[in-house]
Design a protein around this ligand. Structure first.
Ligand SMILES: Cc1ncc(COP(=O)(O)O)c(C=O)c1O
Length: 378
């Protein structure tokens, strides 16, 4: 028997009760029942996002939600600062370019997170920038940016702050209202413990004022349409209503566990993974490592594609590889979704066994012992 375990940084593992909720007979979405469900999910989303503002549900992946946010918040006459240090940061620049939205790129080496002083310098140098777009957890490099301090800076400078929280919301501390984030985005297949298919955008009053100041270069992604339907607990276009059913159960789980407990569970899994992998020769890639996903540099002499292939075919353990110039050099292990400490130990154990089967020399068991020590020491 081989059991598939999903340790990719999205999609992530989904609890059985969420899967069962989605196996209910298909219903129509223009009904009172759906509106009641949608209202409940929207309220649970506010807890997840730590906001009192509306969290809009968009049928589409995270990119769809991010595109809607970017295009809606940047009508003609505005200019964005794109903070890019990985695949996803770069994507927001590509969206701006595709919609001819003026933007300035601020790039760091992959593995680094953005800090407030660097962003401040860019804003000093480009006084026409009125919007900052940032990826909180850069999944391609597993690095975290200092969103709390950058939110403070954008408040001081009266600059709109759009945050891709796709592998941050529900995984690491993100406090939309307390920190002062204007627009926060996530996707269903990450820390929300759902399959891919829904994107979510929370929008505060400052961002709505910006959105209302112009005409978005979008139709499906025009957030004004979502706000209008949201007022009657509805969506403008056919929603993935089966996913909304699953979202209720997944979000109730997060609320019952308590968001701070979710953050600390994921943080300890991340720590155990870094320690466990470190003990068998893997260095953490990121200079500023995030806790939702870990990127590990594959030791010299180990063939990365073979390692990943064997982990899946022999041990049912699906992990991710690197992208672009770090392809073949790193593996990425996700810590989001329906995972506990024993899942984390299983991931390290499968990594160890695979390395051993590939003939790599190291002390078998050192990784599992190091990971267990993290949990034992609390
Ligand atoms: C940080 C981040 N941003 C954006 C995306 C894109 O989301 P999607 O693949 O759901 O469109 C991802 C997906 O991995 C991500 O991790």
């Amino acid at each position: 028997m081989k059991k598939l375990r999903l340790f990719t940084p999205g999609p992530a593992m989904v609890p059985e009760d969420v899967l069962l909720a989605m196996a209910d007979p298909i219903d129509h979405h223009r009904t009172g029942q759906f509106r009641a469900l949608f209202k409940e999910v929207s309220e649970l989303l506010q807890y997840l996002f730590q906001t009192k503002h509306a969290c809009l549900t968009i049928t589409g992946s995270g990119t769809c939600a991010a595109e809607a946010a970017i295009v809606s918040c940047l009508p003609k006459g505005h200019k964005a600062l794109i903070c890019e240090a990985g695949k996803f940061g770069q994507r927001w620049g590509k969206i701006c370019d595709a919609f001819e939205i003026p933007n300035e790129k601020y790039s760091l080496d992959w593995g680094h997170g953005f800090k407030a002083d660097g962003v401040a310098k860019m804003l000093d140098e480009h006084s026409d920038i009125d919007t900052v777009i940032m990826t909180h957890s850069e999944t391609s490099t597993a690095a975290v940016s200092d969103v709390e301090a950058i939110a403070r800076l954008t408040r001081e400078r009266d600059v709109l702050f759009i945050v891709d929280g796709i592998t941050a919301v529900g995984a690491i501390p993100v406090k939309m209202d307390e920190w002062g984030i204007d627009v926060l985005i996530t996707g269903s297949q990450k820390a929300m413990m759902l399959p891919p298919g829904l994107g979510f955008v929370a929008v505060n009053d400052r961002a709505w004022a910006r959105i209302d100041s112009g005409t978005a270069r979008a139709f499906y992604g025009n957030l004004k349409a979502y706000r209008k339907s949201f007022a009657s607990d509805d969506t403008p276009y056919t929603p993935a209503n089966v996913m909304v059913k699953g979202a209720r159960v997944a979000l109730q789980r997060i609320r019952d566990e308590g968001i701070e407990n979710v953050w600390s569970r994921i943080a300890s899994i991340a720590r155990a993974t870094r320690e466990g992998a470190g003990a068998i020769g893997f260095k953490t890639f990121a200079t500023d490592p995030v806790d939702s996903v870990t990127a590990l540099v594959v030791p010299e002499g180990v063939d990365e594609p073979t390692l990943r292939k064997m982990m899946r075919s022999k041990h049912g353990m699906q992990i991710a590889g690197g992208q672009d110039h770090i392809k073949g050099k790193v593996i990425r292990i996700g810590h989001m979704g329906y995972l506990d400490r024993f899942d984390a130990i299983a991931a390290i154990s499968a990594l160890e066994l695979t390395l051993h089967e590939m003939g790599h020399q190291f002390e078998l068991g050192a990784g599992v012992a190091a990971a267990q020590r993290v949990f034992a020491e609390g």
